[in-house]
Design a protein around this ligand. Structure first.
Ligand SMILES: C[S@@+](CC[C@H](N)C(=O)[O-])C[C@H]1O[C@@H](n2cnc3c(N)ncnc32)[C@H](O)[C@@H]1O
Length: 201
């Protein structure tokens, strides 16, 4: 672990140590697009192994498990506080501490995953392009990376978008811009370009 990762991990532990117990109740009001992304994965029968990067409380993995009890599910989480929470909630998942940018994802199941999910995680990692590269390199043949996260907000009124960006910045969150989405095979934006659901191969 380098110094940047150590300070990111310490920040996440301070932040989520307090908020993990009420995280799910509050986030449903502004992490839009998550359920659409999860439903898309549930409708798609062509995968069996999925890793979520930054699973947080384990909310998304729990929904996937309910719909696909036969699938192998796992996660890589930078925050020890969130990892403890998800481990208690998802005893059937393979979870480990690690960073999106450089964790060897093929090692988690001992075989490459068919799907890698980033749900409101990529906007929080320090180097989102490296995290995406790491995920895409780790996929099984024909696999996909699925991203749902804050979009570029460019269809919102400018003062509102500016204020929201500043608010997100206080939590080390940067909405995804064109550079991060450049290689997406598909990208669908929600109203106001508030959120984006994107797929990568
Ligand atoms: C906003 S929460 C989203 C949690 C969950 N995916 C959801 O949709 O509710 C972001 C999660 O990503 C984790 N995270 C942030 N940076 C990370 C990194 N570099 N590598 C792995 N996980 C990271 C955080 O600890 C947190 O659990």
């Amino acid at each position: 672990m380098n110094d940047t990762q150590a300070s990111h991990r310490a920040f996440l532990n301070r932040y989520y140590g307090v908020s993990r117990s009420f995280y799910d109740a509050t986030r449903k009001y502004y992490l839009f697009g998550r359920d659409a992304a999860i439903q898309g994965l549930i409708r798609d029968p062509s995968w069996r192994k999925l890793i979520e990067i930054g699973p947080g409380t384990g909310r998304n993995l729990t929904l996937l498990r309910r719909a696909r009890p036969d699938a192998q599910l796992g996660g890589i989480e930078a925050s020890d506080e969130m990892l403890a929470h998800a481990t208690a909630r998802c005893p059937w998942a393979t979870l480990a501490q690690g960073f999106a940018e450089d964790t060897p994802l093929r090692d988690l199941f001992g075989a490459p995953p068919d799907r890698i999910l980033f749900s409101y995680c990529l906007s929080m990692v320090r180097d989102p392009c490296s995290a995406l590269d790491n995920a895409r390199r780790s996929l099984a043949n024909g696999g996909q990376v699925v991203v749902v996260d804050f979009g570029d907000l460019t269809s919102l009124p400018i003062p509102l978008a500016r204020a929201f960006r500043a608010y997100l910045g206080t939590f080390h969150v940067r909405p995804l811009d064109d550079t991060v989405l450049a290689d997406a095979t598909r990208a669908h934006f929600g109203p106001g370009r508030y959120y984006v659901i994107a797929r990568f191969r």
